[in-house]
Design a protein around this ligand. Structure first.
Ligand code: NAP
Length: 540
């Protein structure tokens, strides 16, 4: 399908998106500018006009869910507080509750008060409140979706939203097809001339290559590809976008960013929490599908890709696709992957139960809560450099980072004793928390001997910038409303990622129960064993 209103991927300019959260846009209206100018959160030295969404309705499915309450509703308020929502902006909640508009408004108000990043301001809330509507219903209920279509028409008439709708599916993945079908059936997925319709799909995009493909068939039967926004919220993080700035806005690192200097790369996303109340979602999915297929492979793509010719969506996606295509699995998966399941243990001074004892988990579940894999990239830049990816729940600490570990100096003109504790140079991109970059290198210890030891040089966002980083969902919601797709993976990237993961999942499916690891530790012993060649996971 063709969407005449969505700008072509080539026409979309991503240059501003790297360093700035507030950038130039011809779409800014005078009213929003007034709001933005009066906004105390804006740095008065920033002369650039903000990117502001045009009039539109955001329809949120799954408003009673965890993601909506913790992230999406607060992010919408934060956008309003930054002057980035148009005055006619309307929010429609859809859920199976017997609520009126005011009930949903109260839920939104509570979520904002509890989780918004920016201070609560009555006048911003009042403006947002005027556009809040609620439609009750089940996903299987045709009548509810007919009522939604009617409500959208009315909102267009009363609030001037011009038939521009974004549908955000913050619902369990098994409901993606039925909701998309309903949007197609009622005709709201088809944009009349002069308006736009977009759909936002949360991860995971499918369960494997086949289901991702099927989901895409359904989605593209209702919306053109250019109107489909697949959210991988990691790409909305400032620190992740900064990988592009670090690599392509500087000349310092690129000459050594290759097999000639890099020994290996470690990409880690560790969580200290267990599955919480999300047994229904997590069991049967596991750590690799939940995190490696999307967040970690996207990080790998950004770290390893060639420089795009520009930062528009198609150029950026093309380079990510090229590198994902070049990813190769090791031939011995038993040796080069690790899979674990947390046992009972201690975390933060508290005794916690094992995965199999969590509420809603079957006692013989083989779902992994820890996954680690070694990958190689078959191209001139990276041949022979292992990329180690790991993720897990109930690990020692919550941390996400990318560590580029360099080869040792080819010759050390010092005595062995003096360099005994010298490690390898490393550049570490701290994605969260404590966002920043650390460079580790050897330095002479003060004194008469020529002793050399590791030291660190640090860049911390909190110290270098006045403004606090927006939440990833603020950035991504705004991009959806503006129609700016570079930070959203294309279906081809999704499918390439499943092609990497599927053989590993198939292998693991033959291996029975995952190895246990104590809660609060750093994963199962096989994860350490898979490193080899004198390498070790970084101690975080
Ligand atoms: P959740 O807490 O389970 O919420 C699911 C929502 O869907 C609830 O509002 C639920 O309403 C609604 N729903 C379920 N069945 C329905 C039906 N038949 N008709 C109408 N509504 C129905 O899920 P979540 O954690 O918010 O996650 C939402 C999506 O975001 C998922 O795709 C998830 O994978 C993704 N995601 C979540 C997070 C996160 O941190 N939570 C992070 C990344 C991605 P009821 O209250 O009526 O059940």
């Amino acid at each position: 399908m063709k969407d005449p209103e969505t700008p072509s991927e080539e026409a979309l300019d991503f240059e501003e998106t790297i360093a700035a959260t507030v950038a130039t846009s011809a779409a800014a209206t005078s009213t929003t500018l007034e709001v933005a100018a009066a906004n105390p959160l804006r740095d008065p030295r920033d002369k650039r006009l903000p990117r502001v969404a045009g009039p539109c309705v955001l329809v949120l499915f799954g408003v009673t869910g965890d993601l909506a309450k913790r992230k999406l509703l607060p992010a919408i308020y934060d956008l309003g507080n930054r002057g980035l929502l148009p005055p006619g902006f309307s929010l429609v909640g859809f859920a199976r509750r017997d609520w009126k508009d005011q009930d949903f408004a109260q839920v939104t108000h509570d979520a904002v008060k509890a989780h918004a990043r920016t201070p609560f301001r009555e006048e911003v809330w009042k403006q947002l409140r005027e556009g809040i509507h609620f439609v009750p219903g089940e996903f299987s209920d045709d009548g509810a979706f007919d009522a939604l279509a009617m409500a959208l028409k009315e909102i267009d008439e009363t609030r001037g939203t011009g038939g521009n709708y974004a549908f955000y599916l913050s619902v369990p993945p098994k409901f993606f097809p039925v909701v998309v079908e309903q949007l197609k059936r009622t005709g709201v997925s088809q944009a009349p001339p002069g308006s736009w319709r977009r759909v936002v799909i949360e991860k995971p995009f499918g369960h494997d290559l086949k289901s991702a493909h099927e989901l895409n068939e359904i989605t593209t039967s209702a919306f053109p590809e250019s109107s489909i926004f697949r959210i991988d919220h990691y790409l909305g993080k400032e620190t992740v976008q900064n990988i592009l700035a670090l690599r392509f806005a500087n000349n310092l690192y690129e000459p050594i960013w290759n097999r000639g200097y890099v020994d290996h790369v470690q990409i880690t996303m560790a969580e200290d929490i267990g599955i919480g109340g999300r047994a229904g979602y997590y069991d049967g999915i596991g750590a690799a599908r939940d995190v490696i297929q999307n967040h970690l492979l996207q990080l790998l793509a950004l770290v390893a890709m060639e420089d795009p010719t520009s930062f528009d969506a198609s150029a950026l996606r093309r380079e990510k696709e090229k590198v994902l295509k070049a990813v190769q699995l090791p031939s011995d998966l038993a040796l080069n992957t690790a899979r674990g399941q947390y046992d009972a243990g201690w975390q933060g001074g508290e005794k916690v139960v094992g995965y199999l004892q969590e509420d809603g988990i079957s006692p013989d579940s083989t779902t992994e809560t820890y996954a680690a894999i070694k990958l190689e990239i078959a191209n001139r830049r990276w041949a022979g450099v292992p990329f180690y990816l790991r993720t897990g729940k109930r690990l020692g600490r919550r941390v996400t980072e990318v560590a580029v570990v360099f080869q040792r100096a080819p010759h050390l003109p010092f005595s062995k004793d003096d360099t005994e504790i010298l490690g390898q140079n490393a550049l570490v991109i701290r994605v969260q928390p404590d966002e920043g970059i650390t460079v580790r290198f050897g330095s002479k210890v003060p004194g008469t001997a020529m002793e050399v030891r590791d030291v660190s040089m640090d860049f911390a966002y909190g110290e270098s910038f006045l403004e606090s980083s927006p939440e990833a969902y603020e950035r991504l919601l705004l991009d959806v409303m503006i129609g700016d797709p570079p930070l959203f993976p294309h279906q081809r990237e999704v499918e390439l990622s499943w092609k990497i993961l599927d053989p590993i999942e198939e292998f693991w499916a033959t291996q029975g129960q995952p190895e246990g690891y104590p809660a609060g530790s750093w994963g199962p012993p096989s994860a350490d064993a898979m490193m080899g060649d004198g390498r070790a996971w970084r101690r975080l």
